[in-house]
Design a protein around this ligand. Structure first.
Ligand SMILES: Nc1ncnc2c1ncn2[C@@H]1O[C@H](COP(=O)(O)OP(=O)(O)OP(=O)(O)O)[C@@H](O)[C@H]1O
Length: 258
């Protein structure tokens, strides 16, 4: 078994994944993610982005291929070890907000921290700070059904960041947000990740979102296709209301040409 390069926090080789009904989702995808990097996984709907993030995070096991996290083989781990790895080292943001309906916003945000052993008081303080950063601090005592969909998603993003994961997997994290909110929430996410040294793997079908990443890899029909490095995005607001973040270089968008 070939060992992964030292400077890659995540490394995958020749991943193949086929769903139970025979639908092929990944056909030989390899990639490396460097420590602290924000990597966009781009591609149209159905291209395999979610499946790739699930394989990389140990949520599912590829039928073929290898996944390594910090030089530890994830693909050979049993379900319990992979569960523990996800709980202790990874964060996950779904395209639609999933919250515990009986808990309010800060309790939902604090939950993963408490599951990791942080005391209730410290977990609450951290949760409130992150909710504030995501502009939902004033909704901290509201239950999910009292929040707007976009506020629920902000709570989910706060919850994922609050634990300070080594790697954050974000699957179309701004999908439920209003277009005008997307750029601001994405900037908060990427700025927080950069300042806390969190590696991010960001699935998106939106080239503007991919452009906020340090680098992008593109998928099409479960295969990697050409990646194009673009010069840094100018710090101007586009017609779509997307403003470029400041202080980052080498951002990339991707081409979907094979
Ligand atoms: N549970 C499932 N059972 C069968 N096929 C599935 C299942 N989930 C996804 N697929 C199929 O696997 C392929 C890859 O899907 P995947 O969700 O990984 O792509 P994606 O790029 O994330 O798409 P989207 O942006 O729509 O979520 C697609 O052909 C999809 O239809």
């Amino acid at each position: 078994m070939e060992a992964p390069p030292d400077n890659d926090v995540l490394w995958a080789r020749a991943l193949h994944f086929q769903h139970h009904d025979g639908t092929p989702a990944l056909s030989g995808v390899s990639l490396g993610v460097r420590e602290g990097e924000i990597l966009a996984v781009s591609g149209p709907r159905g291209s395999g982005k979610t499946t790739l993030l699930r394989c990389l995070s140990g949520m599912i096991r590829p039928q073929e291929g290898e996944v390594w996290f910090n030089s530890v083989p994830v693909h050979t781990m049993g379900p319990l070890s992979r569960e523990r790895l996800r709980r202790d080292r990874f964060g996950w943001i779904d395209p639609a907000p999933v919250l515990v309906p009986e808990l309010n916003a800060w309790e939902n945000t604090a939950l993963p921290l408490m599951l990791r052993g942080t005391g209730r008081r410290r977990a609450k303080t951290a949760a409130l700070e992150w909710l504030e950063r995501l502009d939902v601090g004033d909704r901290a005592r509201r239950r999910p059904h009292e929040l707007r969909q976009s506020e629920r998603q902000r709570v989910c993003i706060a919850r994922a960041l609050a634990v300070g994961p080594s790697v954050l997997f974000a699957d179309e994290p701004t999908a439920p947000l209003h277009r005008a909110d997307r750029a601001q929430v994405l900037r908060t996410l990427t700025t927080a990740a950069r300042s806390h040294g969190i590696t991010v793997v960001l699935a998106t079908h939106d080239a503007r979102t991919a452009a906020l990443a340090d680098r992008a890899v593109a998928l099409l029909d479960g295969r990697r296709v050409k990646t194009v490095h673009l010069p840094p995005v100018a710090e101007t607001t586009t017609a779509a209301g997307t403003a470029g973040p400041s202080g980052t270089e080498g951002r990339a968008a991707c081409s979907l040409s094979v």
